[in-house]
Design a protein. Structure first.
Length: 195
């Protein structure tokens, strides 16, 4: 089955390809020019569906299945921030590093070195005949000390429950089992297999 990803984020493309290696997975940017998608939903689910629908319509091909991910980190001490704004926490054109250090500074401003936090992933699947959305979560703590350079985004400061190393350090196989995205994708794969 050919799955078109509604993202050009290299980290997400790499992770989804690895988790769905039994399918042909291609980013939409290999089929059409990249275009701006306004993510104005109020939840991860709404934004994932907005992205998937926009790419499905732009491809203008009733035979494709589009998969979109919207994900982010929510930090308890920041009342759930950055949440759906994780990718643009430090501004619209912010880099992963900019976002990471803004989050560290925000936690420090509360006088803390860490806070309980969790990642959410919403995976939307859109085709000519159906729309679905599934979720996955990973719980742990966000710390103010950067450790490791594996993964992407906030991974170097997030320590999953039951571990003492960040996602920036942990082995890829361990991360696959824990990942919010892999949990959501395992549910998405069940849907894809029943189609």
């Amino acid at each position: 089955m050919k799955l078109v990803l509604a993202t050009s984020n290299k980290g997400k493309v790499r992770e989804i390809k690895a988790l769905c290696n039994e399918h042909e997975v291609i980013p939409y940017s290999e089929l059409i020019d990249e275009f701006e998608i306004i993510e104005d939903g109020e939840t991860f689910k709404e934004n994932a569906l907005i992205k998937a629908r926009a790419v499905f319509e732009a491809l203008n091909d009733d035979s494709v299945i589009v998969v979109a991910d919207d994900s982010g980190i929510s930090v308890d001490v920041l009342e759930g921030e950055p949440g759906i704004y994780s990718a643009r926490y430090a501004g619209v054109d912010a880099s992963d590093k900019d976002n990471l250090y803004k989050l560290i500074d925000s936690i420090k401003e509360k006088g803390l070195k860490s806070s309980p936090a969790y990642y959410t992933a919403a995976i939307a699947i859109v085709s000519n005949d159906f729309e679905y959305c599934v979720h996955g979560w990973m719980y742990g703590n966000a710390h103010t000390v950067v450790s490791g350079n594996g993964g992407f985004g906030y991974d170097p400061i997030f320590i999953p429950l039951g571990y003492d190393l960040t996602l920036g350090v942990l082995d890829d196989e361990i991360k696959k089992k824990l990942s919010h995205r892999s949990k959501a994708l395992s549910l998405a794969k069940i849907i894809l297999e029943t189609l």
